[in-house]
Design a binder for this molecule. Structure first.
Ligand code: KG4
Ligand code: ZN
Length: 364
């Protein structure tokens, strides 16, 4: 008789998306998303130019219950057929985390289901395995509004941080550039659209940490350089705005290309027997077309297989949390109802912390 599939209800409330999903994992490791409901709060936060933790937590409380009902109804899975409930327990904004995490524990307790506390970053890290075969080990680059890090993914719960940002996250650098230019929030897509119209050679911006033997990032100097250019303009016309965006994007692509080459070399040193490992890119910034083109070239040159999940699975969602729950569930992992949510929770508990690594209140 075939082994019963694992059916997991996942909840995600670590930042400004309230999300619920039901995912199935068959005994052979195949994943299927049965429902994936995401309610973005972007409109609630746009007037403030960034995420306001208190506003986010209150919105999660308003929506979580309805979203879980919708995710269950759309999946067609009866509550009593679920194997477990998985909720993001960190890292993120603690007010928001508490909502999904407490809801998940209450749901599990009321239905007598096992509970799984999920690291949000592990959700991003394991997503490619939900979409198809992606054997360990592989190289992960997470580029979002709160995180910029390379991880060597050896297995479920087994990560080695290769590099991270020592100051701002890459998405934050896009958002701050957009703000300096008077563009809306989130800024990444708008900077990218304007960059297409501009001349990337016009302004000479720094390539922070380029050439360094590690694969860390730094974006605060780039942001300062953009600010100085903006302040030096007597008139900030549309052409100048587009040229600044194009120059910024070119500096970013060259910097990330250099850091990616280093990360690939460090991965090879650590895993010399891995023939064509995957290079997984996740997080909202992975939507950027220039970066994607560069990643494809780097993979072709260095013998990696590029795996970028579709945009809605690159950004925050609960299917990735349910899937991480399924991967942990089949390994026999369970968490107690005394599990606590935590704002800070690095994936790799061994490497020395750097500022940008699983940092307090950071969006992942
Ligand atoms: O993963 P995500 O949706 O949210 C979290 O940070 O968790 O990432 C959002 C970030 C924002 O900083 C946004 O400006 C950036 O991703 N972003 C982009 C693009 N689309 C979104 N950055 C550059 N180019 C884009 N096309
Ligand atoms: Zn995230």
């Amino acid at each position: 008789m075939a082994a019963a599939p694992t059916l997991i209800l996942g909840l995600e409330t670590s930042c400004d998306e309230t999300a619920a999903a039901v995912v199935r994992r068959d005994a052979d490791g195949t994943g299927t998303i049965l429902s994936n409901v995401v309610l973005s709060q972007v409109k609630d936060h746009a007037p403030y130019g960034g995420v306001v933790p208190e506003v986010a937590a209150r919105a999660h409380i308003r929506h979580i219950s309805v979203l879980v009902g919708t995710a269950l109804a759309e999946s067609g899975v009866e509550t009593n057929a679920l194997s477990a409930v998985a909720a993001t327990a960190g890292p993120g904004l603690v007010g928001g985390l508490l909502v999904g995490h407490t809801f998940g524990k209450g749901f599990a307790l009321a239905r007598d289901l096992p509970f799984l506390a999920i690291n949000h970053l592990e959700g991003h890290a394991l997503t490619p395995r939900l979409l198809g075969p992606c054997p360990f080990p592989y190289l992960l680059l997470l580029i979002s509004g709160g995180h910029t890090q390379f991880q060597l993914v050896r297995g479920v719960g087994d990560y080695q941080r290769l590099g991270t940002t020592i100051d701002d996250a890459l998405g934050e650098a896009f958002d701050k550039t957009a703000k300096l230019l008077g563009l809306g929030y989130p800024g990444g897509p708008q900077v990218e659209a304007l960059a297409r119209l501009g001349n990337g050679q016009r302004f000479d911006l720094p390539r922070p940490l380029k050439g360094r033997p590690d694969c860390n990032f730094s974006f605060s100097g780039l942001k300062t350089a953009v600010r100085e250019i903006v302040q030096a303009q007597t008139v900030l016309d549309d052409d100048t705005r587009a040229d600044i965006c194009a120059s910024f994007e070119r500096a970013v692509v060259e910097t990330v290309a250099d850091r990616t080459r280093r990360a690939m070399a460090l991965f090879r040193e650590a895993c010399p027997d891995s023939e064509t490992p995957a290079f997984v890119v996740a997080g909202g910034v992975a939507a950027n077309a220039q970066l994607r083109t560069m990643f494809a070239e780097a993979c072709a040159t260095h013998g990696f297989r590029l795996a970028v999940p579709p945009f809605d699975l690159c950004t925050d969602n609960a299917a990735m949390i349910a899937w991480a729950g399924a991967e942990r569930f089949v390994l026999g992992i369970r968490d107690g109802l005394d599990n606590a949510a935590r704002a800070r929770w690095p994936l790799d508990s061994v490497s020395a912390p750097l500022f940008g690594h699983g940092r307090l209140g950071a969006k992942a």
